[in-house]
Design a protein around this ligand. Structure first.
Ligand SMILES: NC(=O)c1ccc[n+]([C@@H]2O[C@H](COP(=O)([O-])OP(=O)(O)OC[C@H]3O[C@@H](n4cnc5c(N)ncnc54)[C@H](O)[C@@H]3O)[C@@H](O)[C@H]2O)c1
Length: 306
């Protein structure tokens, strides 16, 4: 298949490009590195992908490159709850909502299949059981609201005949993780001999999901026949507290689990918890990387950068 990966200079996008290429697809990598939270890093990664690339700002440039594809894996966007407040609101409206609106319009015209990234944040704080795709959204930040809107656009596009699947990723980690994310900050601090920066008391739970598993679900969504507009959780069924993860990192690196506490940021929900039943049923997917193995993998990547 000719597959366009948007957000290819990003964390999940880079892994998706590699996995699709390994699976024998013709990949065109699309990104606008200037729109990344870390533009310098995105430029470097984009140049090193080893597949054809196209600089396309999905929110304003013509989308001809996308229109030639059999399928699009749409990972471009402005991630992160914390940076979505204040001035970040305009960025999530532009790079999540407007970019996706234009992309879905282009795919309606071309007939390309679309797999696009949503987020566990649409659920808000999970209750006493894992979140299911049928639960009502309770977005608690501008980022989460933008993903609810992205999902609404996908549902409309599906009604108009676009073969679109929406994946709700849960706290993805692994080699190449974004610098604003918790494990990246913990590991870098530990390797520097600094205390680990912890937002809140660390009691918040996350369905941490290794990027290899997230990408496996993405490829399955691309190749399997799915109901139009389907929404699927891509997350581990076993949430772990951020403090537990931090202690595992400290143990793996042989450093004390000393922390500097920072206040929790509005919109940082106290629990995400995936019910991956639909992913198992429709995608034949279940996560296979344990948290300890996945952390070892990410730690090895951080060490390789030094
Ligand atoms: N990483 C996670 O844990 C996680 C969890 C849930 C959802 N998601 C979603 O998955 C997707 C990928 O996340 P990531 O962690 O790889 O983020 P990332 O920031 O590493 O990658 C996103 C990429 O999109 C590009 N981009 C932004 N705006 C663009 C535009 N207008 N046109 C073209 N490219 C643009 C950026 O340059 C960047 O390279 C995002 O939609 C994010 O919201 C990620």
């Amino acid at each position: 298949m000719r597959v366009v990966v948007t957000g290819a200079a990003g964390f999940i996008g880079g892994h998706a490009v590699a996995a699709l290429t390994r699976a024998g697809h013709d990949v065109l990598a699309v990104d606008a590195p200037a729109r990344s939270l870390t533009p310098g890093r995105a430029r470097e990664r984009f140049a090193a992908l080893g597949v054809p690339t196209a600089h396309v700002d999905l929110a304003e440039d013509p989308l001809d490159a996308v229109a030639d594809a059999d399928a699009v894996v749409h990972l471009a966007g402005r991630p992160g709850v914390r940076t979505s407040w204040g001035a970040g609101r305009a960025a999530v409206a532009r790079d999540n909502v407007e970019a996706t609106r234009r992309l879905l319009d282009a795919c309606r015209d071309s007939g390309a299949k679309v797999v696009l990234a949503s987020s566990s944040s649409v659920y808000g704080t999970a209750g006493a059981r894992p979140s299911r795709e049928t639960d009502p959204p309770l977005p608690a930040s501008p980022y989460a609201e933008s993903k609810v809107e992205v999902e609404r656009l996908a549902a409309k596009a599906a009604d108009a005949g676009v073969a679109v699947a929406v994946l709700r990723y849960f706290s993805v980690y692994g080699p190449g993780q974004r610098p604003d994310m918790a494990f990246h900050r913990f590991i870098e601090a530990a390797l520097d001999g600094r205390p680990l920066p912890l937002f809140g008391d660390g009691g918040h739970l996350r369905s941490f999901t290794h990027v290899r598993d997230a990408v496996a679900a993405t490829l399955a969504a691309l190749t399997r026949p799915l109901p139009g507009g389907v929404v699927v959780n891509v997350g581990s069924a076993e949430p772990v507290s951020v403090l537990d993860a931090l202690e595992r990192i400290a143990t793996a690196l042989g450093v004390p689990a000393a922390v500097t506490r920072r206040p929790l940021v509005a919109g940082d929900v106290s629990r995400t918890w995936a019910d991956p039943g639909r992913a198992a049923h429709l995608l034949g997917w279940r996560p296979t990387t344990t948290l300890d193995d996945g952390l070892a993998d990410q730690i090895a990547w951080h060490r390789s950068l030094r």
